[in-house]
Each structure stands twice: as structure tokens, then as C-alpha cells.
Design a binder for this molecule. Structure first.
Ligand code: UDP
Ligand code: MG
Length: 315
């Protein structure tokens, strides 16, 4: 039985040593399994790559895949999935916020044969700002309502899964990737393993608020077409409103011979409102078209500059 661990790293020079020590302990406590650690260096600007090379030198289980620039965590995870050779594979963050000590338990659950994947779920959000928690919770609520990629509140990217599920994920080759949605979309039976949130061991978060906001709208657009329907609903609403106004104006004109009840300010307001709504709808349509444009170009997901793996899969 072989287990592959996929670890995306972006400027993680400070966390890599503690992580590797912990991984050595955990893998050492599971002598019946073979391990493979796939570190994906996502265009780090610090010493991440040289540290990974060091690991690879002393430990033959270590594979590093180094990108030519920062392609984002999603691309890094995809590169990992494409190059998995184990029967089970897990993705985990480099900062130990996804505790490696959970791996033995996850493996045990998969081995009962009842589940295809074990996903870690945070029950707390300690160390995270209130605003970020609020937006994050709201995002999951909206997503749950408008898409069919069944997502769990507090779900993380930390998952152990069977090879079959990995192959399904690799087959989803879309370029706007949103893993939490993809994991849900491919189906399979998932066991949710609750754990307490831990703060990152060193360094700082690689996600700014803006990057997260973009990521979440990407997620919504990739797994739901509900925003497109907003245009239709607003259109219907405004047509009904307009008909009401016309009717009212007609009645006023006939019964009271009173024509100028709509003042200038009101007219300007109405024009601004309607053009705003039109622009909004056009923007939503544009977002989807830009997504299609990106898919159609069919560019590679990532470009590998250096690696110690022989026949590496590039996609
Ligand atoms: N990461 C990456 N590319 C990026 C941003 C992040 O590979 O462009 C990696 C990062 O090195 C870490 C994981 O993704 O292993 C999660 O990032 P981080 O801990 O900064 O996110 P947070 O836990 O704050 O959500
Ligand atoms: Mg983190």
C-alpha cells in the first residue's frame, strides 16, 4: 500500500523544516505503508526550492516539482494530483494547519472500505479574523444554495482519497479550478473528520482578502449559473414596474388631466437605476464569457521549470 502526500508550497521556507520533521515522525509510525511526498514549489521567491532539493537528496521518498512562476495553489494541487503514484493520496498545506498527525486516523477510516475519501473539517476558526470568518461562512451558505457541488461548512482542502477519486479529479481539466467544488462534484462517499483549527507554524498567510474574494467568485461561477438568472429576474421585475407606471400615468391623464406627476429628479433616478442594472447584468454575462475564453485557449495549467521526477506529467 502506497500513500502519496501532495504539499503545495509558496514562500514556505520557515515552515518546511518543522513540517518535514513531523512527516518523518508520522510516516515512521506507519511501517506497513510506503510513502511518497510530492512538494510542489509554486514559484516561491525565498529558499523554498533549495530546501526541497535538500530533502530530496537525503530522502528518496521526496519528489519536488518546481513551477516557472506562481500559478496559484489550485494549479499546484493539480500538478500534484497528476503525478500521484500511490493507492491513496492526500493534499495538505505546508504550514501544518493541516496536522499530519491526522493521517493515521484518515488511513484507518479509508481502509474500512466504507468511504472513498476522508476530509478534514474545521470545527473552530481560532486565529482567523472575524471579518474573514464571516465572509467565509456567508460564502458557504450562498454556495450551498445555488450550486450542486455539495460543500460542507468549514471544509478544508485537507483530504485523503482513493486512487479512483484522484483519477476523477485529474479528468476534470478545467482551467478555472475550485477544488472544494471539484471534490464535491465528482461525488464519492466522504467521511468528515472534525478537528480544531491550528494556527500556521511559521510565516504568514499567502491569501490576501482580495485574492480570497476573487477565489470565491471564481468558485461560484465555476459551479453555478444562478448569477446569469439574476438578469432575467431583474428584467421581469422592471418590466412589471414599468407597466405599472404607464398604467398609473394613463389613469392620471384620463381622470385628472394631470400629466406631469413624474418629476425631473425621479426621471433621472430611474434612468441611473436602469442603466446600473443593465451594466450589472452585462458584467455577469461578461464574467462567464471571460471564463469560456480562458477555457477555449486551453493553456497549460502549470509550467514545470525543475523537478527530480523522471517522466513527469505536464498538463
Ligand atoms: N499556496 C500556494 N500558492 C499560492 C498560495 C498558497 O501553493 O499562490 C500554498 C501555501 O504555501 C500553503 C497553502 O497553499 O501550503 C495554503 O496557503 P496559506 O496557509 O497561506 O492559506 P491559509 O491557510 O491562510 O488559508
Ligand atoms: Mg495556512
Amino acid at each position: 500500500m502506497k500513500i502519496s502526500l501532495i504539499i503545495p508550497c509558496y514562500n514556505e521556507e520557515e515552515s518546511l523544516h518543522p513540517l518535514y520533521e513531523e512527516l518523518k515522525n508520522v510516516t515512521g509510525s506507519m511501517p506497513n505503508y510506503d510513502f511518497e511526498m510530492i512538494f510542489v514549489n509554486d514559484g516561491s521567491k525565498d529558499k523554498t526550492l533549495s530546501i526541497l532539493k535538500e530533502f530530496a537528496e537525503i530522502d528518496e521518498r521526496v519528489t519536488y516539482i518546481s513551477f516557472s512562476r506562481n500559478f496559484g495553489k489550485e494549479a499546484a494541487m493539480y500538478a500534484g494530483f497528476c503525478n500521484v503514484s500511490g493507492d491513496f493520496a492526500a493534499v495538505m498545506d505546508a504550514d501544518m494547519q493541516h496536522p499530519p498527525s491526522l493521517i493515521p486516523e484518515m488511513v484507518k477510516i479509508l481502509e474500512t472500505g466504507e468511504y472513498d475519501s476522508v476530509a478534514a473539517r474545521r470545527t473552530t476558526r481560532t486565529g482567523e479574523s472575524k471579518i474573514r470568518s464571516f465572509f467565509s461562512r456567508t460564502f458557504y451558505k450562498i454556495m450551498g444554495k445555488i450550486s450542486d457541488a455539495n460543500m460542507m461548512q468549514g471544509a478544508t482542502d485537507f483530504r485523503l482519497m482513493r486512487r479512483e477519486m484522484v483519477d476523477a479529479i485529474v479528468a476534470m481539466s478545467e482551467s478555472s479550478r475550485f477544488s472544494k467544488g471539484i471534490f464535491g462534484w465528482v461525488g464519492f462517499k466522504t467521511y468528515w473528520l472534525p478537528y480544531e483549527n491550528v494556527e500556521r507554524v511559521a510565516g504568514t498567510t499567502k491569501w490576501s482578502f482580495w485574492k480570497l474574494f476573487k477565489y470565491s467568485t471564481d468558485g461560484i461561477m465555476s459551479f453555478s449559473t444562478t448569477p446569469l438568472k439574476i438578469a432575467t429576474w431583474l428584467g421581469i421585475l422592471f418590466v412589471l414596474g414599468a407597466l405599472g407606471f404607464i398604467g398609473y400615468a394613463a389613469v392620471c391623464a384620463i381622470m385628472y388631466e394631470y400629466f406631469s406627476f413624474i418629476g425631473l429628479h425621479f426621471t433621472i433616478g430611474l434612468i441611473l437605476l436602469l442603466s446600473g442594472v443593465q451594466l450589472l447584468c452585462l458584467g455577469i454575462v461578461g464574467e462567464y464569457i471571460s471564463k469560456m475564453y480562458k477555457e477555449v485557449k486551453n493553456r497549460p495549467h502549470y509550467i514545470v521549470a525543475q523537478t527530480n521526477k523522471k517522466d513527469i506529467v505536464r498538463r
